[in-house]
Write a protein that binds this ligand. Sequence first.
Ligand SMILES: [Zn+2]
Length: 240
Amino acid sequence: MPVSQGRCALCRAVRPLCNSHIVPEFCYRPMYDSKGRARIISTSGKGPKYVQKGLREKLLCPECEQVINVYESYFKAFWYDKPALPRTVRRREFVVGSIDYAKFKLFHLSVLWRAGASSRVYPDVSLGSHSSRIRQMLLCGDPGPQHHYPFGGLLTVDHEGTVQLEAVTPPYSFKYKRFSVYAWRYAGCEWHYFVSRRRSLRIPFQALLPRGDLVLPVIPFTQGLVFEAFADDRRRSTRH
Ligand SMILES: [Zn+2]
C-alpha cells in the first residue's frame, strides 16, 4: 500500500512509494513462529531477535513492485512451491536443473540491487555504478550472459542433512580478485554475488548456467563465509 511520495529507485519517477522488501517476505515464512513473528538468526549470544516481517524500505512505486514481482513469483513457485530442493541432502553437491535462467538470475540480481538501493536496511551494500547497470537489466528483463554478474550458491544443511531454509542473514561483503563479492544466506543457500566490470573473470565455483543448471556444493550450516564472518564479529565483540 503506497503511503508517501518519493523517487522510485527503479523507474526514477516521483511517485507514491511502497514499503518494499529487500529479501522477499516468502523467504522469511519458514521461520515464522506460532505468533507470525520471524526469527532473525543471531550469533550475538543474546538469543533470537524477533521482527514482525522481513526488512523493508520505501523504495519502489507500485508499477515497479510489479516488475520485481514477476521475478519473485517465479522464484517462489520454482524454489519453494515446486519445491526445487529436497528436505534433506546427504551428498557433497546437489544440482538443480530446469531453471529459467533469465527469471532466476534477475530475481537474485533484484535482491542484490534492492540491498544496494536501500539506504537504511543494508548500508554496507554499495554497488556504485553497477547499481544503474543492474537497474537497467531489471527494467529490460535482460539477465546478461553467464559471466556478467555471475552468482552461485552453497547449500547449507545441519548434521542430519536437513536443508536450512529458515536462515536469513544480512549480506557480508568482501573482495575476491577484482570482484566485490556479497555473500548472503536465505532460501536454504549461502548465495555469492560477484560484482565486477570485467566479465571474463573466473569465480571459485560454478555460476548459474544459461542452460538452466545450478550446481550447489553442500556445506554444514556452521561453515561458509557468512557464518565465519559473523563468528569473527562475535569473537571480537566478546573480547571487548
Ligand atoms: Zn517505479
